[in-house]
Design a protein around this ligand. Structure first.
Ligand code: APR
Length: 228
């Protein structure tokens, strides 16, 4: 299962590409690249500081909760991969979330390579608790960087029975290609999204808000499992 910004939209977390295609007034590429960080570190740190602080003002929604319920049913048979850097899946109760694009509430020290939970600002360049050097950046994956855990993700995609994509526009690779890998591996594929995504090779596509589609689909699946 793959989730994107659309699953958190109804919690009040802005998506990246809806409406005007800007992300809080910036093109995603202008604040989410190593080059942007090198060119204007303060801008990028402040941008992520604001996103991190905003997490305190949002709550998980019915779609996040339904996926936590599904994990409770399926255990290790469910791999929840999210492109989201928010922590709403965890706060809804999901325990095994694979953040392929990293996490807002984590920092990565470029000096000593340690990754640590982080709640505060990074714009004031605090020293790394590990090495004392002011080398911390948000532990998020930027354009041009390798998403986390791709080997495990590929193995799961080629061996799963069902691949479900929720709330993602399907324009950012490698996640946009996951549906093709799943189909190549013989999986059924389902899309739950407000609109058909651009990589709409799915066997089944349902359009609507995540807070309606996801709980309804989870209820269908768990009822079917119970009667099987
Ligand atoms: N319910 C379901 N889907 C929704 C909802 C909703 N309430 N609101 C919006 N959507 C859909 C939109 O129709 C769109 O297809 O969610 C999708 C959001 O797309 P993007 O904003 O492009 O977000 P995402 O696909 O997660 O972006 C991928 O791009 O910039 C990078 O690293 C960033 O992880 C991010 C990646």
């Amino acid at each position: 299962m793959l989730t994107g910004a659309g699953i958190s939209a109804e919690s009040g977390v802005p998506t990246f590409r809806d409406s005007d295609g800007l992300w809080e007034g910036h093109r995603p590429e202008d604040v989410a690249t190593p080059e942007a960080f090198d060119a204007d570190r303060g801008l990028v740190q402040r941008f992520y500081d604001e996103r991190r602080a905003a997490l305190a003002r949002v709550e998980p929604n019915a779609a996040h909760r339904a996926l936590a319920d599904l994990e409770a049913e399926l255990g290790d048979d469910l791999l929840l991969i999210t492109q989201n850097i928010d922590d709403l899946h965890e706060r809804a109760g999901s325990q095994r979330v694979h953040h392929m694009h990293g996490e807002l509430r984590a920092a990565w020290c470029r000096a000593c390579d340690v990754r640590i939970p982080w709640e505060r600002s990074l714009a004031d360049e605090p020293p790394c608790p590990g090495c004392g050097i002011a080398g911390l950046r948000p532990d998020v994956v930027w354009f041009g960087e390798m998403p986390y855990g791709m080997d495990e993700i590929h193995r799961a995609l080629f061996s799963c029975d069902l691949f479900v994509s929720i709330g993602t526009s399907g324009v950012v690779y490698p996640a946009a290609a996951f549906v093709d890998y799943a189909i190549a591996g013989g999986s059924e594929t389902l899309e739950l999204n407000l609109e058909r995504a651009s990589n709409s090779d799915f066997h089944v596509s349902r359009q609507g808000p995540a807070t309606e589609l996801v709980p309804a689909w989870v209820a269908e699946l768990t009822t079917a499992e119970a009667t099987a």
